[in-house]
Write a protein that binds this ligand. Structure first.
Ligand SMILES: *Cc1c(COP(=O)(O)O)cnc(C)c1O
Length: 386
């Protein structure tokens, strides 16, 4: 039997396995940070209408530059952040993962490096690898916030071409303050000199944050890029629509690597329909934030160490001893609740679901607490609380 590794694939891909959380068929799935609420019926009907319209001209290629969609995305950003951007400063693609890939194709690549502060969204490193870009992992503090001084020092020394900042950060939920962003931005420009380095803020969870968007920072900083998605707050993970906001020159640079007609007419029509219903969709965000805060409060009450969250998920622990986080993950799964083990030692991540799903998760955690009390696996490690 011939396997992938027997094929003449690139050396750096040999032995790798594809990225992705297990998609298990269990009653309560809280592992991929999706929005638990299906789209409202009126929006479903509007999508059908707009897609039918688009279908009439599917013999033609779609608008390669997606101008109407970019105009609406710019309007959404302006309205929700108070910082004015226009279509020339916005670019859209099939999920923000494609946005990040296009950025690395244009600004990274063989002989270049990208820097990220881990634990963070593992796709940053994986897309770097996929585009032949070297990867540099920067430091976080014990509380999972970015070690700004340490990161600045590392940037000065390693001189990356691209810097990733994820805020709110997946999987920890921690938001990054503007001061840290600016420190890393300045360090990256100073380190590279000349034309500078690209700094990408991944704001996939911005709508769930207690803090305002970092979007205003792109003003007068042509190498600062903000990446967003409709997969989380908009509840449209299946749509595959991500976008960026940056200086028009960055948008132009991405045109050099994007595939022609990368965004199908069906995708553009569906995204436009969803944007017509922004207020309804963002109505769920308020509910999810309340539920997120409830999960944080209840887990804290049970004695767990919970990382403050600005996202629609919560990182919790600390699980030590035999099996650690993995054993707790399995015990939850045995109770029909699927959470995520991101490989952060002693920690798990739970996505905010519907109130009923969150109740099921919290009930399972409560059941677990007495069972694990006094046994190594699953014991909340109080003595390490900080
Ligand atoms: C979920 C997520 C994305 C979204 O990717 P899409 O391709 O837009 O679905 C991007 N960044 C982070 C940090 C995420 O967690």
């Amino acid at each position: 039997m011939i396997g992938t590794d027997d094929l003449p694939i690139r050396d750096e891909l040999r032995g790798m396995s594809p990225y992705g959380a297990p998609q298990l068929d269990v009653p309560v799935r809280l592992n991929t940070n999706e929005n638990p609420y299906p789209l409202p019926e009126e929006l479903v009907a509007r999508i059908a209408e707009r897609v039918s319209e688009a279908a009439r001209t599917l013999n033609r290629y779609p608008d390669r530059d997606a101008v109407i969609l970019r105009t609406e995305l710019a309007r959404y950003l302006t309205r929700t952040t108070g910082h004015e951007v226009g279509p020339r400063e916005v670019w859209a693609a099939n999920g923000s993962n494609e946005i990040l890939q296009q950025l690395l194709q244009a600004f990274g690549g063989p002989g270049r490096t990208a820097f990220g502060v881990e634990p963070s969204y593992s796709m940053h490193a994986l897309i770097a690898r996929g585009t032949g870009t070297g990867w540099i992992s920067g430091p976080r503090r014990e509380d999972f916030t970015i070690d700004t001084a340490g990161a600045v020092e590392m940037i000065a020394e390693r001189r990356p071409h691209v810097v990733f900042i994820c805020s709110p950060n997946n999987p920890t939920g921690t938001a990054v303050d503007a001061g840290t962003v600016l420190a890393l931005y300045e360090a990256a420009q100073a380190a590279r000199g000349g034309r500078g380095a690209l700094v990408v803020i991944d704001e996939a969870y911005a709508e769930f944050s207690h803090r305002p968007s970092l979007l205003p920072l792109i003003e007068d900083r042509p190498l600062l890029v903000l990446s967003r998605t409709m997969s989380k707050a908009f509840g449209a993970a299946g749509l595959r629509l991500g976008y960026l906001a940056a200086h028009p020159a960055v948008v132009d640079a991405v045109q050099l690597v994007r595939l022609p007609y990368h965004l199908s007419a069906v995708t553009q029509a569906t995204a436009l329909a969803a944007l017509e219903h922004t207020d309804t969709l963002l109505g769920y965000v308020g509910r999810l934030k309340d539920e997120r805060d409830r999960i944080v409060a209840e887990l804290t009450g049970m004695g767990y160490e919970v990382t403050p969250s600005d996202a629609n998920f919560v990182q919790f622990g600390r699980f030590e001893g035999e099996g650690g986080a993995r054993a707790v993950w399995q015990r939850l799964l045995d109770r029909g609740v699927l959470v995520r083990d991101n490989g952060v030692p002693g920690r798990l991540r739970v996505t905010t679901g519907t109130p009923a799903e969150n109740d099921a998760f919290l009930a399972a955690m409560r059941e677990l607490t007495p069972i694990t009390a006094g046994t190594p696996a699953g014991t909340p490690a109080k003595e390490n609380h900080r």
